[in-house]
Write a protein of this length. Structure first.
Length: 304
């Protein structure tokens, strides 16, 4: 086993992750998608992980770990990841109770190609500015944006012009989202789950409006967080066989009437949303995926 370079784990307790770091320090690719604390409490409160142990795996090129309902740091261990200068793919979700200042370890990883982080609820401008300096990124996924998400999205997209894939999960969408995307000519794949609890009408409208600026995008997946428990989706592309009931959900939206200085709030159906997206992106594959409100935070179980 001393020549083992790649290890992929499914549901494992955190102590197994710690054991792996001790027994296989030469790993180049380490994936643990469903980390628990080995008891039922982790399904509600998350689990503790010592990133200091992972930071000693100097050969790592890919690190992808996800905690069921979140990961909590043991001490200030996450700064040790800054020593993994061979990393090209870093995916850690969701991080809980991490201070904005603790994300500065990313300054030591300028060669990252893929970055996936969550949750971003407490992020300040400084965190978004750190990510904006990772100009070699081709894939970026962020989960659960907070009050500063609109500004943060602007900071990031103004700098990361080489992104090929962008995923924003439960994020507030800024009004100039389209103008920001227009300058990202390399962008081909986008996944957006607009925030549906605070200003959902603005977030949905801003996202739809943005599609007219990105005819170069090949795929768009829209995650629709809803109280509906229907396990359906609507597709535009090679297959269009799974359809959402036209009345299964009402999506908050903005309606701009001619001559009116302010928009009115309205509701549209999933199919009306789909038609809007199709009209703006006729050459793209578009999906609208239903995400039950009761389980949307369990992102580890969702398709990626």
């Amino acid at each position: 086993m001393k020549h083992l370079h790649t290890l992929q784990l499914c549901e494992v307790p955190a102590y197994i992750v710690h054991t792996v770091t001790n027994q296989h320090p030469s790993l180049k690719c380490f994936t643990a998608e469903w980390i628990t604390d080995g008891n039922n409490d982790s399904l509600q409160y998350g689990c503790n992980l010592d990133f200091g142990k992972i930071g000693k795996m100097a050969n790592l090129e890919t690190l992808q770990i996800r905690g069921i309902y979140g990961l909590y740091l043991i001490g200030d261990s996450i700064k040790e990841l800054g020593y993994l200068n061979r990393l090209r793919r870093l995916c850690i979700t969701s991080l809980r109770d991490v201070l904005p200042s603790q994300y500065t370890f990313l300054n030591c990883l300028p060669n990252l190609k893929t970055l996936e982080l969550g949750e971003c609820v407490e992020w300040t401008d400084e965190v978004y500015e750190v990510i904006a300096r990772l100009t070699k990124l081709s894939t970026l996924r962020l989960e659960f944006g907070g009050q500063n998400a609109e500004r943060g999205v602007g900071i990031i997209l103004s700098s990361l012009r080489n992104l090929v894939r962008l995923e924003l999960i439960i994020f507030r969408i800024p009004p100039n989202f389209g103008e920001l995307l227009e300058n990202m000519q390399q962008l081909r794949h986008m996944t957006i789950w607009p925030e549906m609890r605070i200003k959902p009408d603005h977030n949905n409208y801003n996202t739809v409006r943005a599609t007219k600026f990105i005819p170069f995008v090949k795929t768009l997946m829209w995650g629709l967080v809803t109280s509906s428990l229907h396990d359906n989706q609507t597709n535009s592309g090679a297959s269009d066989t799974h359809r959402i009931d036209h009345n299964s959900c009402c999506i908050p939206f903005l309606n701009f009437n001619l001559g009116s200085p302010t928009p009115n709030r309205m509701h549209i159906s999933a199919h009306q949303l789909m038609n809007k997206l199709r009209s703006e992106l006729p050459q793209s594959k578009v999906q609208v995926v239903m995400v039950p409100n009761s389980s949307y935070r369990t992102i580890a179980y969702m398709p990626r």
